[in-house]
Design a protein around this ligand. Structure first.
Ligand SMILES: [Zn+2]
Length: 368
């Protein structure tokens, strides 16, 4: 094989290899999360006795990404930095926007002149309610002075002037509810599983979150200025605990969104049946009743997973669950046989205009 041809073949192999993998990934990803390790390069962030914020938060961010890739491969992970280099704050948000991310998670470590404070806190974008919240935002935002022409880039924002922060009180944040939801899930994990001191969910004006077009949070994983906490933040074990806590919060956040979507879909199914009833037409169908409960099943689609046309029907004080939807009694009877092993007590319930009727009434209607 000639040298040129060999190179061409290699290039082609690499190229097709990449494009197929990319296409497959695009199909399988349900969510995209951007993990933003704060600071980097000539911006060290907060400095402790031995540790530097930029190193600690990079390790944690990479570990969070590893947990996600390993355990929830349908979530795509994008890092704003995966090594020790500087990324301007506005570029971090731009990376998330460009990739249509569903979530932006900025990871930091706190510091204080006083060596006593310790614990974790998670911020959503908004106007600070206390001086200490403003202090954290001012400290994190101050890094923009390391960027060239930061004055024009951040619209004249002065990170050290309290007046500059008034702008955030005018901001309408459509993602606030979801951002606060994730923030509290992160804090719950830190407190319950990683056993870290919980300083709470807070709001303040962080430039890195300002222009993100998705729910976004900034996590302060602990105080590098506190000797005990610095040790924890620098240890592989501590970083693992913090990273797995953040990973679980992200995982459960996405799962809870999916639950909400299912609820909406279920509500739509019920609404469709109401439409049938309201239309006044004779819409006859048969369903197979498979369960009756006095409290609603929290997640019917999961309980009866794989079954067609799952339908919840409130009958007096009872909740009845049906599967399948057929236009003739024969079809319904045939389906009943196929599920008899799994649901030996299943029985056919006819509906007309969305209302339950008897089998004999249904037979008469079917003849018409
Ligand atoms: Zn920071």
């Amino acid at each position: 094989m000639g040298k040129k041809l060999l190179i061409a073949t290699i290039v082609l192999t690499i190229y097709t290899g990449f494009s197929t993998a990319d296409a497959q990934k695009k199909q399988t990803y349900k969510h995209t999360v951007v993990l933003d390790a704060g600071h980097g390069g000539h911006d060290t962030g907060a400095v402790g006795k031995k540790g530097r914020e930029k190193d600690v938060v990079l390790s944690i961010a990479l570990k969070v990404g590893d947990y996600i890739k390993k355990n929830t491969p349908d979530t795509r992970v994008i890092y704003t930095r995966d090594d020790d280099f500087f990324v301007p704050l506005d570029e971090r948000a731009a990376i998330a926007n460009k990739n249509n991310a569903d979530l932006f998670v900025s990871i930091h470590a706190n510091s204080n002149k006083n060596t006593k404070p310790f614990g974790t806190e998670t911020f959503a974008m908004g106007l600070h309610k206390s001086q200490s919240n403003l202090d954290v935002a001012q400290k994190e935002n101050s890094v923009i002075v390391l960027e060239q022409d930061y004055n024009t880039k951040y619209e004249g924002f002065d990170p050290s002037s309290a007046e500059s922060y008034i702008i955030f009180s005018l901001m309408q944040n459509v993602y606030l509810d979801k951002s606060l939801k994730l923030a509290s899930m992160v804090q719950d994990e830190f407190r319950e599983k990683a056993k870290r001191a919980d300083r709470g969910v807070k709001q303040a004006g962080f430039l890195v979150l300002w222009h993100t077009k998705m729910p976004s949070v900034l996590i302060e994983t602990g105080f590098i200025s506190n000797e005990e906490e610095e040790k924890y933040l620098m240890s592989a074990n501590g970083q693992d605990y913090l990273a797995s806590a953040i990973y679980r919060a992200i995982r459960d956040y996405f799962a809870s969104l999916e639950d909400e979507e299912r609820e909406v879909k279920k509500a739509t199914t019920v609404a469709q049946d109401d439409t049938e009833a309201a239309s006044g037409e004779n819409v006859l169908c048969y369903r197979l009743q498979v369960a009756t409960t006095s409290v609603p099943v929290p997640n019917p689609t999961e309980k009866f997973s794989g079954k067609p046309d799952i339908f919840e029907y409130k009958d007096g004080s009872k909740y009845k669950y049906m599967i399948g939807r057929f236009s003739t009694l024969d079809e319904a009877s045939a389906y009943k046989k196929t599920i008899s092993a799994e649901y030996p007590d299943a029985f056919i319930v006819p509906f007309n205009n969305g209302k339950k009727i008897s089998i004999s009434e249904a037979k008469k209607l079917e003849k018409k």
